[in-house]
Design a protein around this ligand. Structure first.
Ligand SMILES: Cc1cc2nc3c(=O)[nH]c(=O)nc-3n(C[C@H](O)[C@H](O)[C@H](O)COP(=O)(O)OP(=O)(O)OC[C@H]3O[C@@H](n4cnc5c(N)ncnc54)[C@H](O)[C@@H]3O)c2cc1C
Length: 308
């Protein structure tokens, strides 16, 4: 585990650190590797570029921990505008939107967050797109899965996200698999205590493999979100062994992370979807990417030092 992870995740919550970084002026070049841009038009251009390479997209309007009604409603408006724009350009069919429930006010008003998510889901469905509910910190896992299940009663295509780092996840995977859900499996991006989460990388990877087996073996749709060559190999081997075809499952990666590998997997005929974040609230997202990988931190430091 990266020893700086805790400090970087703390910086993710600091507006003072963000202001300092922005004032250096290198921000744009650093951010644009991992973020499509600040506007809906930026997101659309990115989706078009990916589609040219045969890659699908799941688009995330950046923002989290919104506690006021106006902010939560603004998140809904941003997604509705995005879906309308995707439709207008003929890009909506097969697209996916990734939504964080805290950006819809989950912590202040769970029922309101559910209704806002339902509005986005309805718009996505009408446009021919799908929706995935991102998973956030472990204190929100129960509330998030509860809402995903409520949403599935309206539109069963809505996808849940599970984090292999959590001790509970294998059981959650088994339950969602039995329900026939679409399930994105990731390792988990939040700092969690030993009471709820595996702390060692080997344990997280072992959990990921167990969950992969549960999902790929069942009549559900696994969305395998990882950049880890070992996890990708495990998933492709298992998918072939159980006779899954590319439409039955997919690999998902983040924008800017291992782009050559995204193309290589696509060239093998596998379904590959890229997570495309956009919007002004890029700070927390960028910090989580830096916390994951020291090499990303070095990239960030070099760009800051060059003041590009
Ligand atoms: C599509 C998608 C959606 C996600 N949604 C969520 C979510 O809803 N909630 C959540 O908590 N987390 C989410 N995540 C983040 C996830 O939980 C991990 O934090 C993140 O993906 C890093 O884990 P990893 O599986 O890629 O493997 P890691 O253990 O970080 O990396 C393993 C190996 O992958 C390779 N690798 C990783 N990054 C790079 C790189 N930049 N360049 C070259 N090689 C690299 C290296 O070989 C590395 O050793 C999502 C991730 C993806 C891809």
């Amino acid at each position: 585990m990266n020893p700086l992870r805790g400090s970087i995740l703390a910086a993710a919550r600091s507006s003072r650190v963000r202001a300092g970084v922005e004032s250096v002026g290198a921000t744009r070049r650093v951010v644009e590797r991992f973020v499509a841009g600040e506007t809906t038009a930026d997101a659309l251009s990115c989706v078009v570029r990916l589609a040219d390479d045969g890659l699908a997209a799941t688009i995330d309007h950046l923002g989290e921990e919104v506690r006021d009604t106006a902010g939560a409603d603004a998140t809904v408006s941003a997604y509705l505008e995005l879906l309308e724009s995707l439709s207008a350009k003929g890009l909506a069919a097969g697209a996916d939107v990734s939504v964080k429930l805290t950006a819809l006010g989950l912590e202040a008003d769970p029922a309101g967050a559910r209704d806002r998510a339902a509005a986005i889901l309805a718009a996505a469905g009408a446009a021919g797109a799908t929706m995935t509910v991102d998973m956030e910190q472990s204190s929100l896992t129960d509330a998030t899965l509860r809402i995903v299940r409520e949403l599935r009663e309206r539109d069963a295509s809505v996808a849940a996200v599970l984090q292999a780092m959590l001790r509970r996840t294998e059981a959650d995977a088994a339950a969602l698999a039995a329900e026939g859900a679409r399930v994105r499996l990731c390792k988990g991006a939040y700092a969690e205590g030993a009471d709820v989460a595996f702390q060692r990388r080997g344990e997280v990877d072992a959990s990921y493999r167990r969950c992969l087996r549960v999902l790929l073996d069942a009549a559900c749709t696994p969305l395998v979100a990882t950049h880890d060559p070992a996890m990708i190999a495990a998933a492709t081997e298992l998918a072939a062994a159980v006779g899954r075809s590319p439409g039955d499952w997919e690999i998902q990666m983040l924008l800017g992370v291992r782009p050559d590998e995204q193309l290589r997997l696509r060239s093998l005929g596998l379904g590959v979807r890229v997570y495309v974040p956009f919007g002004q609230e890029w700070w927390g997202y960028l910090m989580r990417r830096l916390a994951e990988r020291p090499a990303n931190l070095a990239f960030f430091a070099r760009a800051m030092a060059s003041k590009g």
